[in-house]
Design a protein around this ligand. Sequence first.
Ligand SMILES: *Cc1c(COP(=O)(O)O)cnc(C)c1O
Length: 412
Amino acid sequence: MNAINHPNTSMLHEPYPSKDAYGALNMPVYQAVAYEFETAAQMEAAFTGKSPEHVYSRVSNPTVRYFEQRVKTLTGADEVIAFNSGMAAIANTLITIACTGANIVTSPHLFGNTYSLIAFTLKDFGVEPRFCNFSDPVEVEKHIDRNTCAVFLETITNPQMEVADLQALSKICKKHRIPLIADTTIVPFTAFRAAAFGVDIEIVSSTKYISGGATSLGGLVLDYGSCDWQHSPKLCSLVGQSDLSAFACKMRREIYRNMGACMTPDVAAKQLTGLETVAVRYERAAATCRTLADRVKGLDGIVSVNYPAMEGHPYYAVSRRQFGEYPGAMFTFDMTSREAAFRFIDRLQLIRRATNLFDNKTLAIHPASTIFGTFTEELRQSMDVSQNTIRISVGLEYADDLFHDMAQALRK
Ligand SMILES: *Cc1c(COP(=O)(O)O)cnc(C)c1O
């Protein structure tokens, strides 16, 4: 194929690893658990990794592998591994890297379950959570020591909409020889090249934009091969052992198989279709988001609108540098009280009352009482999750229709 093709073009025309029996134009769904061999010797070769055949779908599956390959073509990642949810991708990544006595330096501004995973689940196994202010790279560096196994962040936090300076953090990570791991779910990799900003490992909840309209749960781990694992006590022995990085080797050959959180072939088929249109869907939804955020900020009852593309936003400059014109298709706004926020949500007629992000339909939620509803008020405050905030995930409707629904919900 022509070398000048745009990655999105190459991704759409990604060849199959082997010819389909019927010449199907779409990758078939290989709804199979096990794979048959002709001889014992061939079986041995496949099971011991000396030949590339699939053996069992918890380990690898042709449809899932093809999905991973397309994401590789699109992003230029060295290795891509698909999981059955975004949380599985995050948990498996941290389990691959962390061990008892290690610490993870991260922000308290995290997706609710990610916060709980790091603050409680991994802590019970002796992995120390170190929460600090990620808008200040100097403070982040102060929390790093020789037991730090990773710096973990979300590229745009939700619902705070904080944007960390990835290049500044990458410099610090390189100096301390630890990986910079970013959950980039809020801006898809078709629009934001994480590796160019120094991210070593990118994690995506493909449930969101990629699934193509909330069709299925999924998660992706992208390894850009840019971290030197020589200094990781857990992974250094795997350096140079295969054509994979030490991280990808540990994850692919051990953690992925043992945790069993593999993506299933039916989900891979759905998300393969979603992947074909994610670039255009994202451009449309993000442009609508920007228009809507601008238009609603003058409405009575809205105290403030939080979207990093708005001038005067505390992260405007860094957001512009990293994400260009559109920092995702989600914004938040504050009302005067929790009661006003509940009233607004109850009055919506078009926008749906639901969690999730980047469905094709626009969704509204009150994060403090839902996603963070089981957290104590003290914990919510430490995470800057306010009772007055509403989050809007923008879909593919027309901006006018969304604006009119919000305006009518604000009227007395
Ligand atoms: C949704 C989400 C997750 C979790 O993904 P699931 O697919 O629901 O497990 C993690 N991080 C961010 C930023 C998310 O929006």
